[in-house]
Design a protein around this ligand. Sequence first.
Ligand SMILES: [Zn+2]
Length: 72
Amino acid sequence: MSCFCFLVDQKTKIRRSKPVAGTCSRCRSSARVADMMTQTRFCYVPVNSKYWKAIICSFCGAILKSYRQASY
Ligand SMILES: [Zn+2]
């Protein structure tokens, strides 16, 4: 039987962000709206990228709210 090495990982990056009204529920810092990108890699080769929006905390980085985008 052959041995297959499956190596799948996901990377989430903040592409850009800007201040938005609201505060973090954890640390009370100001919230930011961010364009996020999640890239799925298979054996270090990017196979899928997903773009989405999220409200994140500028201080602790918590994701307060996320929006799935219809278009990829
Ligand atoms: Zn916070």
